[in-house]
Write a protein that binds this ligand. Structure first.
Ligand code: ARG
Length: 432
């Protein structure tokens, strides 16, 4: 009898210690917690996590006995950050022509996992990746979702859709050089029919969102930065076709007129928005369009891109657009345009995403608004408000922490010390 009792006790201990080791329950003790929904700071909160989901959050929750406790009581805890404009599959190598003519998409593909990891390590637990060649972004997203590699949750746009001669085309070179791949893999399409087909093609091979070039660009060799590169009818067709498939569209648009055309077509967001005017600002407010302005980029391009071998023509375009973009961003903020955080990472080194917060505050957002742009607003733009963007019951356990108070020193977000994504801790450099 006694030995049977002992056996039962031992078996129970074994089973429960195994369950403990396997415990998927975690409890985070948060000293300070930024509640982006109310725009306030809460103290001494407990966040309960079961596997990848936040199951409860509050000031005096009972921590289950089998939970793994993570003590962030000396830190400031925030929702994982979201960058709505990344290119995780690219980065200039320093050889401008080599990158264009001597590399294949596979060269970029083999490096992309490094960039994805750096982005996650910087505290960005989600991103909207808006343009990649050869569906590398789809493979990257799928490998991350499979748990094969480390990286943020990704929404991907696949091929940038641009007109012939646009920012997305191979510009400034001999007509004897052309895309050495099936035409649709270039993303270059003209006219309503071709464009509708291109949208379908992108979605067929994995696009979550559609990105098109409403205006010319900076880092490409066409003459202008601001000229529209599609007609109104073409933009309408792209957005409408995306909607048929349940997808949102976003538009690369620096130019004053192109911004208005894309907003009228019904895009969810304007990317860059550099030369927006009063009327464009009004239109964006009316339509509830988000502005995703990459206002850190100018620093990096002006200090590094000549050294990286970029032609003078491109550097001059940046000089023309960079400062205006920041000033116009300030006007849009003041007028009350919805702002979502997006940096164009891949133009500058991946993992430096947080550097943009400084400029967003300098050009008119409060620190809390800047944080909201990268959390709750960004999640809204992605259509992921029920999954992420705030620390709330039922959302992904995507949680970061910093050592200090970002509301009094926003640049602290350049040094995220703790990163959890889907309930897994990927970084913890906080002092014990
Ligand atoms: N991808 C953008 C383009 O080439 C980058 C613009 C960078 N410059 C800026 N001021 N935001 O058009």
């Amino acid at each position: 009898m006694k030995s049977r009792f002992l056996f039962i006790i031992t078996a129970w201990l074994l089973v429960s210690s195994f369950a403990n080791a396997q415990s998927k329950i975690k409890a985070i003790k948060a000293g300070k917690l930024i509640d982006v929904v109310s725009g306030t700071v809460l103290t001494n909160q407990v966040i309960l996590i079961d596997s990848n989901i936040i199951t409860d959050i509050g000031p005096s929750l009972t921590i289950p006995a089998n939970a793994e406790v993570i003590d962030l009581s000396k830190a400031t805890v925030l929702p994982g950050l979201i960058d709505c404009h990344t290119h995780l599959t690219s980065l200039p190598s320093g050889d401008y022509y080599g990158d264009i003519f001597r590399k294949t998409p596979i060269d970029f593909a083999v490096l992309a996992h490094i960039y994805a990891k750096r982005t996650l390590q910087a505290g960005f637990t989600s991103c909207r990746d808006v343009g990649a060649s050869a569906f590398i972004d789809v493979s990257l997203r799928n490998a991350i979702n499979n748990g094969d590699i480390e990286g943020p949750h990704m929404q991907v746009a696949t091929l940038y859709i641009g007109s012939t001669g646009s920012h997305g085309d191979l510009n400034g070179f001999s007509p004897y050089l052309d895309w050495q791949m099936p035409k649709q893999m270039s993303g270059v399409a003209d006219g309503v029919d071709e464009l509708r087909k291109q949208v379908r093609y992108n979605i067929k091979y994995g696009a979550d969102v559609i990105k098109f070039g409403a205006s010319a660009g900076v880092l490409s060799e066409e003459e202008s930065v601001g000229a529209p590169q599609f007609t109104q009818e073409e933009m309408n067709a792209i957005v409408d076709e995306a909607k048929l498939w349940g997808k949102k569209a976003c538009a690369h648009a620096h130019g004053t007129e192109a911004i208005k055309m894309a907003v009228k077509a019904g895009v969810a967001s304007i990317e860059h928005g550099s030369l927006i005017d009063e009327e464009g600002i009004e239109l964006m407010k009316q339509h509830g369009t988000y502005l995703v302005a990459d206002i850190y980029n100018d620093d990096y391009i002006l200090s590094e891109y000549s050294k990286l071998g970029y032609p003078e023509k491109i550097i001059n375009k940046e000089k023309m657009v960079g400062r205006q973009q920041r000033e116009n961003f300030a006007k849009a903020v003041k007028a009350g345009v919805k702002i979502a955080f997006g940096t164009d990472a891949g133009v500058y080194p991946h993992g430096w995403n947080g550097k943009q917060f400084f400029y967003m505050v300098k050009y008119g957002l409060t620190p809390m608004q800047a944080i909201q742009s990268a959390t709750i607003n960004a999640a809204d733009l992605l259509g992921w408000k029920n999954k992420t963007g705030s620390l709330s019951k039922g959302k992904w356990a995507d949680i970061i922490a910093v050592d200090g108070d970002p509301l009094t020193g926003i640049t602290i977000l350049e040094q995220v010390k703790f990163v959890m994504k889907d309930g897994i801790v990927y970084k913890n450099e906080l002092k014990k």
